[in-house]
Design a protein. Structure first.
Lengths: 144, 144
DNA sequence: TGGCATATTTAGAATAATTCCAATTAGGAC
DNA sequence: GTCCTAATTGGAATTATTCTAAATATGCCA
């Protein structure tokens, strides 16, 4: 019997074979693990290069496919800044993004407890909000 | 030294020859007027088609050039939703965007008086915010 | 006013992120 | 194992946008 194993029987204990309704193939696992390991909001191409360390044979098309699947199943968020390449974020807690213009680093920022964004806005009464996307650019204070 | 009267260009009375430091060529004027006339956040291509009604000979490259110039001089805002084509907005009052998923219409939403977005967020003390971009998706209540 | 430097416009080519396609490979059920 | 479907793959296609290089317009100054 000569069959190369693409995974799916979950031998290494990292993930179950199915996560959030998504079958965890070897490729999806690699892509997902890349995003869990370094939460620096990499682009698809960043993810591709990092995933290649885990799996030499993975293709860029597959990375795009995996990212799409992970996003659709709610395991990962796709984050866009202006017209730049999309970035990907495995932080599922509600947060917004702060783009530090000095360092280029993208930070996850949470709302203060009890904060209700909609209270700040002149939205017609009864408006149903399904998604909020907030990006802030600026500079963090000097660390000392 | 820029004198108030820029030498008798400005034949059609709509704009002075220079606005916000930007020389108002016939093409820039047409593009800007398109954005002032209908504030429905058109794409560059929408603007191109509308500008052609005013000026048959205008090119798409010029529309992109004009939009860039208008944005750089702060007369127009460039608005991005996900990976969709950029949209352009001549509303200079501070506002955020509400994308009505039922109708596809993009509405300008203002903050309530005195609202301070930064108060809601867990930003490190002393953080300097230079730009905020907020997009909301959802559905407006039924009109009756 | 005409000459000159510079800015702007233009058509079309180039770019780059992303998507699509068609062929292969893998996984799971039986 | 067989069969069916899902996933992967390399490469081509797409598309908004940017770039290029040539033509044109504008502003300035003698
Ligand atoms: Mn990317
Ligand atoms: Mn456009
Ligand atoms: Zn994030
Ligand atoms: Zn707007």
């Amino acid at each position: 019997m000569v069959s190369r194993d693409q995974g799916g029987e979950h031998t290494d204990g990292e993930f179950p074979a199915v996560v959030g309704g998504l079958r965890m193939t070897k490729q999806r696992r690699a892509v997902y693990q890349v995003l869990l390991d370094d939460r620096d909001h990499p682009t698809a191409n960043d993810v591709f290069r990092r995933a290649q360390d885990r799996m030499l044979s993975i293709s860029l098309a597959t990375v795009y496919n995996c990212l799409e699947a992970l996003v659709e199943h709610g395991l990962v968020n796709q984050v866009n800044f202006d017209r730049e390449p999309s970035r990907f974020c495995s932080n599922l807690k509600e947060h917004v993004h702060f783009h530090d213009e000095k360092t280029g680093v993208i930070h996850d920022i949470t709302f203060k407890p009890g904060a209700k964004l909609e209270d700040l806005l002149e939205l017609p009464k009864g408006t149903e909000v399904t998604e909020v996307e907030l990006t802030i650019r600026g500079m963090l204070p000097k660390q000392k």
